[in-house]
Design a protein around this ligand. Structure first.
Ligand SMILES: [Zn+2]
Length: 138
């Protein structure tokens, strides 16, 4: 069953990201000039300003860069305490996300290997697959 989440950003570039996510494909824009991976998705490369890109499939692997546990509720969809984790992807970009409900901030440690998983989610744009990370092998 899909869990209601805060409303997604839905500009034309984000929409392309979510279209891949619909197929559970975790992709990011790869610059057509300098090959830098762009996150979040954008109109031009923040390194070389090229507007050329393709959608590069990523490994779904990374490691904990940092995390925080919110003890105050900011969104009704995320009751406190609520962990959020910054994952340094194997390909380089930093991806900030929540984790599946069964994981807490106490499950995390510096440089802990993390792996991609998908949550069934819903917002005013409809049901979708939300890419998040969890401790690898758990
Ligand atoms: Zn570039």
């Amino acid at each position: 069953m899909a869990t209601t989440r805060p409303v997604r950003v839905m500009d034309p570039f984000a929409r392309e990201f979510w279209e891949y996510a619909e197929k559970k494909e975790f992709r990011m824009q790869k610059c057509g000039e300098c090959n830098k991976l762009r996150w979040p998705a954008a109109a031009v490369c923040d390194k070389c300003l090229s507007a050329e890109y393709s959608w590069e499939p990523l490994s779904g692997k990374g490691q904990v860069l940092s995390w925080i546990v919110f003890h105050r509720q900011y969104f009704p969809e995320y009751p406190a305490p609520h962990p959020a984790v910054a994952v340094e992807l194997a390909e380089g970009p930093i991806f900030v996300c929540c984790m599946p409900d069964e994981f807490q901030g106490s499950d995390l440690s510096d440089a802990l290997p993390m792996e991609l998983t998908w949550l069934d989610a819903e917002d005013r744009f409809g049901e979708y697959h939300l890419p998040v990370f969890k401790p690898a092998g758990k």
